[in-house]
Design a protein around this ligand. Structure first.
Ligand SMILES: Nc1nc2c(c(=O)[nH]1)N[C@H]1C(S)=C(S)[C@@H](COP(=O)(O)O)O[C@H]1N2
Ligand SMILES: [Mo]
Length: 534
């Protein structure tokens, strides 16, 4: 063999490796496309990426989850899915290369990954049965076949067949066969991908149509108009009512549940429920509706963070519904102290029965800011309880209410070390100036929001550097269940300054300086902002 031959052969080997790696990637895409097509038919949440992602979210330690929310915010789920896809791509390339050496190893690997996906899908809390394994399994089988087919063309022809001319060495693989196979596999992948998308769109349409048909009845008890003076006319302050499209979203759903309101049912049952009930969406709309402004806060919100919003909710008073079912609060001898709400995606949230029945406007909400709930925010029905963090009250896509006890049942986040009971902590935030802003010397308006839902805000104070606490002007209060804007005209002098804020709630408690992380029951501490005055 000449040096030239050797070089050619090495080049061939390199080419074969590259093609094997690409075959792995292509077969991986085929597997995913077929899996997603089957998932569109079985259940969108049963797809391998969503199922494995969901399982990963459930197993992520609270600290890591906290970090992910802090670093990526609402994009944390996108980052997770991109991570899974990257890992799959690496595995696919590896399996492609492995298959060059060991005839069946690559395909076996693909099947093994399929088994992992199937196991994840069937063990999800919202799994509806063994059919959830089908997307991963059928995807893996197709992927394994594709890999086997592609790699079959990259192998040297059977020994003994003499090359027609010895110099230079003939390609040791079936180029035409490979190209044909690759084209066929790519076409199948694209076809499956497009069909899956179309089918998914179709399936979402019943839900979308049912939402489009919702006509919210006029509430028997409308919200009071927002008092004049509750909304300061100052640039940079969060609007008093958060527009729906700007309202924060926090949930574990990788695929937003699309529930058809006409098929939706809510079950109310459990300890001390003397008259269990199953309600339809129309049953709810026929009941007396109330409309209230309520500020919702996420327990994961850091001091100064964005996971708080104020909306106008329309819904059924939960206390009335529970009374109809015979539920009594513990203070009146009721045996259940925990209300567990369960969503269509298997999330569980537990609220104190006493709080829900103490006269506050705990709602089964059907509307947000005058519209049916958006899918992202829980269509068709969600809970909202003034004064409790979202994770212990605000169940979206709710389908089941069970009366039980805190001793008997731990909900999703409680199992992950978050507190059983979590009333919202008194907090305040500086919206303007922004951190590291460079305002001009003179009067600078410092302004923001403060909240202590269901207690109400009585005072907000601002401190400049190490100076005394000074009273801010409070905007008018809408209700004690909503946040309150405040402002402070600051005579800013040149140089660097630190502005801090603290609130006092109506119980007289001053917002604590003690810094606490969000886990287990909400962040505490004072929000401060550093600015340089020019
Ligand atoms: N089904 C379901 N409901 C849920 C959650 C969830 O993950 N799944 N997250 C809760 C949390 S932690 C919060 S803070 C609120 C957020 O509601 P939003 O997304 O409408 O702002 O929803 C709550 N309801
Ligand atoms: Mo939350």
């Amino acid at each position: 063999m000449t040096d030239d031959d050797r070089t050619t052969r090495t080049a061939h080997r390199g080419l074969r490796r590259t093609l094997a790696a690409l075959s792995g990637l292509l077969a991986g895409c085929t597997a995913l496309a077929v899996a997603e097509l089957v998932a569109a038919w079985v259940r969108p949440q049963a797809g391998p990426v969503v199922a494995v992602g969901g399982a990963a979210i459930d197993r992520t330690p609270a600290a890591v989850k906290d970090w992910a929310i802090r670093s990526f915010g609402t994009a944390d789920k996108l980052v997770l899915q991109l991570g899974i896809l990257t890992a799959l791509a690496v595995l696919a390339v590896t399996l492609g290369l492995l298959n060059l050496r060991h005839r069946y190893a690559g395909a076996a690997g693909v099947l093994l990954l399929g088994a992992v996906g199937a196991a994840a899908a069937t063990s999800r809390p919202d799994s509806t049965g063994p059919a959830d394994a089908l997307p991963s399994l059928l995807g893996a089988v197709t992927g394994a076949l594709a890999l086997h087919l592609l790699l079959g063309h990259l192998r040297p022809p059977a020994a003994g067949a003499p090359a027609p001319d010895a110099l230079p060495p003939a390609p040791t693989w079936d180029r035409r066969g490979f190209v044909t196979a690759a084209t066929a596999v790519a076409a199948t992948t694209a076809g499956a991908g497009l069909a899956g998308r179309a089918l998914k769109r179709d399936r979402g349409q019943d839900a979308a149509a049912s939402r489009a048909h919702v006509v919210l009845p006029a509430p028997a008890s409308p919200a009071r108009p927002v008092p004049k003076g509750a909304q300061l006319r100052l640039p940079g302050v969060s609007p008093f009512l958060t527009p729906t499209e700007d309202f924060y979203r926090v949930d574990t759903a990788l695929v937003v549940p699309k529930v058809d309101a006409t098929a939706w049912r809510l079950r109310v049952h459990g300890t001390g429920v003397t008259r269990p009930a199953t309600l339809t969406f129309d049953d709810l709309l026929r009941r007396e509706l109330i409309e209230r402004d309520i500020t919702l806060t996420c327990v994961s919100n850091e001091v100064g963070g964005p996971y708080v919003g104020n909306a106008r909710w329309i819904g059924v008073r939960l206390a009335d519904l529970l009374a109809d079912c015979g539920v009594r609060p513990p203070s009146r001898g009721g045996p259940a102290d925990q209300l567990v709400a369960r969503s269509v995606d298997g999330m569980t949230l537990g609220s104190p029965v006493e709080d829900v029945l103490d006269g506050r406007d705990a709602l089964l909400a059907v509307g947000m800011n005058g519209q049916p709930l958006p899918f992202d925010h829980g269509f068709p029905v969600r809970m909202v309880v003034p004064g409790l963090y979202g994770y212990v009250s605000a169940c979206k896509w709710i389908e089941d209410i069970e009366l039980t006890t805190f001793a008997d049942y731990d909900t999703y986040w409680v199992k992950r070390d978050w507190a059983r009971e979590a009333p919202v902590k008194t907090q305040s935030r500086i919206d303007t100036p922004k951190p590291f802003a460079r305002p001009r010397a003179g009067t600078v308006m410092v302004a923001g929001v403060a909240w202590a839902q269901h207690r109400g805000i009585d005072e907000v104070e601002v401190r400049v550097d190490d100076g005394p606490w000074q009273r801010a002007r409070l905007a008018a209060e809408d209700s004690r269940d909503t946040w309150r804007q405040w402002s402070f005209p600051w005579r800013a002098t040149k140089g660097g300054h630190t502005l801090a804020v603290r609130a006092t709630d109506r119980s007289g408690a001053v917002q604590t300086e003690r810094r606490a992380r969000p886990i287990p029951d909400g962040a505490s501490g004072w929000h401060s902002v550093v600015v340089t005055v020019d």
